[in-house]
Design a protein around this ligand. Structure first.
Ligand code: HBI
Ligand code: FE
Length: 256
């Protein structure tokens, strides 16, 4: 669908402005450098930006564009959009009473959380390759396994920078509380990203994560996903799922 800009009430623009201001203040030392560098590319801070204004900049940067959707869409159209360098962005914003938390992604989660990272060429290539892999996974009935990889990278991924751990996942970057929890707290377990381990690991959608996976660079993330996943899916079919928060014997945690 197209973004119905006239449908936004003054209150909606004010909600966006308040969410943006609060979240932007939390980023230093917690959000990865690429995210902080790209955030201004969203344009307006004091109102919900026009998607076509963002698309002019985004398409120039990495050939991606955002498309308005009414909310979560089925797996197949989702993967198809990503494979074509189109990112679905929910076009409505949460109500003031949902200011601190909303389960389903709204325009703030999608724009503030996801879109800045799509300005990074390597990460943008990873997301397209993820979409292409999703189409294959869908045919193999492995969509749920691959959804976990999306969850533990695009939504809740951490990256190790020379100056320490930082967040690149949209679910962390668009959340007030989870930004500190994911990057600083001693409670969650942080493991080096391994494709099989991540795709075996279950996740919860309505609480802070108890497991996070850490990469060393977006080039590493892109490189890991080059091979065909079919042999991985075959192995996954024989290995039991792992509950979030569990560290298996012999696993070494990432400390930062
Ligand atoms: N739909 N709009 C939207 N945004 C998402 O992030 C999304 C989706 N549908 C499915 C989905 N994500 C995940 O299940 C993917 O991992 C498949
Ligand atoms: Fe998301």
């Amino acid at each position: 669908c197209a973004q119905d800009y006239a449908a936004y009430a003054a209150q909606d623009h004010d909600t966006y402005r308040r969410l943006y201001a609060r979240q932007e203040a939390l980023l230093p030392g917690l959000a990865c450098d690429e995210f902080i560098a790209a955030l201004p590319s969203l344009g307006a801070k004091d109102r919900i930006p026009r998607f076509d204004e963002i698309n002019e900049r985004l398409h120039k940067a990495t050939g991606w564009e955002i498309v308005a959707v009414p909310g979560l869409i089925p797996e197949l159209p989702f993967f198809t959009l990503l494979a074509n360098r189109k990112f679905p962005v929910t076009d409505w914003i949460r109500k003031p009473e949902e200011f601190d938390y909303i389960v389903e992604p709204d325009v703030f989660h999608d724009l503030f959380g996801h879109v800045p990272m799509l300005f990074d060429p390597t990460f943008a290539d990873y997301v397209q390759r993820y979409g292409q892999g999703g189409l294959k996974a869908h045919d193999l009935g492995a969509g749920e396994k691959l959804a976990r990889l999306y969850w533990y990278t695009v939504e809740f991924g951490l990256i190790r920078q020379p100056d320490g751990l930082r967040a690149y996942g949209a679910g962390i970057l668009s959340s007030v509380g989870e930004l500190q929890h994911a990057v600083r707290s001693n409670d969650p377990h942080r493991l080096p990203l391994d494709l099989l381990r991540a795709m075996r690991t279950r996740y919860k959608i309505d609480s802070y994560q108890s497991s996070y996976f850490v990469i060393d660079s977006f080039a590493q993330l892109f490189g890991m996903t080059a091979p065909d996943f079919t042999p991985l899916y075959e192995r996954l079919a024989t290995e039991p799922d792992i509950e979030a928060g569990v560290v298996l014997p012999g696993e070494s945690e990432v400390t930062g």
